[in-house]
Design a protein around this ligand. Sequence first.
Ligand code: ATP
Length: 294
Amino acid sequence: SNILLGPINKINMFIESYPKGMAGFKRYVDFLETEPEIADRPQAMAIKDIEGEITFNNVSFGYTEDKRALNQINLKVRPGETVALVGPSGAGKSTICSLLPRFYEVNEGSITVDGIDIRDFKLHSLRSHIGIVQQDVFLFDGTIRENIAYGDLNASEEDIWYAARRAQLEDVIKALPEGMDTLIGERGVKLSGGQKQRLSIARIFLKNPKILILDEATSALDTETEQAIQQALNELSVGRTTLVIAHRLATIKDADRIVVVSKKGIIEEGTHDELMNSKKAYYGLYTAQFGLQI
Ligand code: ATP
């Protein structure tokens, strides 16, 4: 399910870095003010630079009191490592990822970043270190430039073009009659699904967070678009601690580590080759997805 459909949603996430009163944005601000807030602890700190080490220590969580979505999750991710979460639908992959930016609070255990409990970061500071790419891209009525800058008033023209280039969007933008000034959204040019995806990737290149969460597309785009996006995502994850919610196993073969999540918790982890050789859960998922072609 969608990791951002929580009590604090993507609009809320966006708003944090968005100057109030900017054109076209007022209604989202209004919306935000009706949302519950997760309060900072009194001693919460703004932490500027992080390495990006993530640890889940015996984390249990339920959306409701009577049903646990996560049971005793232990996971340590090294700075810069790419970890793919795989497992059946409902196993808790998205939930693991939504706890990290604190869309929900853990019920038991703790999550740390660089050894610091995420509840001891100011929420804004914690989220400044996390970039999220998912299928549903949130665009607002404005220019391409504004949509890439996403509220970052310090972004220079050069930074924005750099981000567009890294996200494989440069040619697309240059081919538009008004380039970066082209209006998109309800009253402007409609971007294709793949272009929206790349725009969201450009935002993250610009934001440059140390931690990345990739909620992988469930359905295939056309091959060319998919390759462009995969290329952009591969580049984006370099030097960032990356959690990939994987639906299609072909795309995560090269992950540093694959973690198999089930309703019982983490049941297996290793590289693709290790897990294929051990012929257990991952092997089962993989052969089910690819038939006997392997
Ligand atoms: P999928 O591959 O289908 O995306 P997943 O492994 O990401 O699944 P989660 O979406 O994390 O699994 O779901 C874990 C459990 O939590 C499931 O039982 C699911 O029904 C439940 N769940 C997920 N989101 C919510 C929510 N917003 N409110 C209540 N229950 C939820």
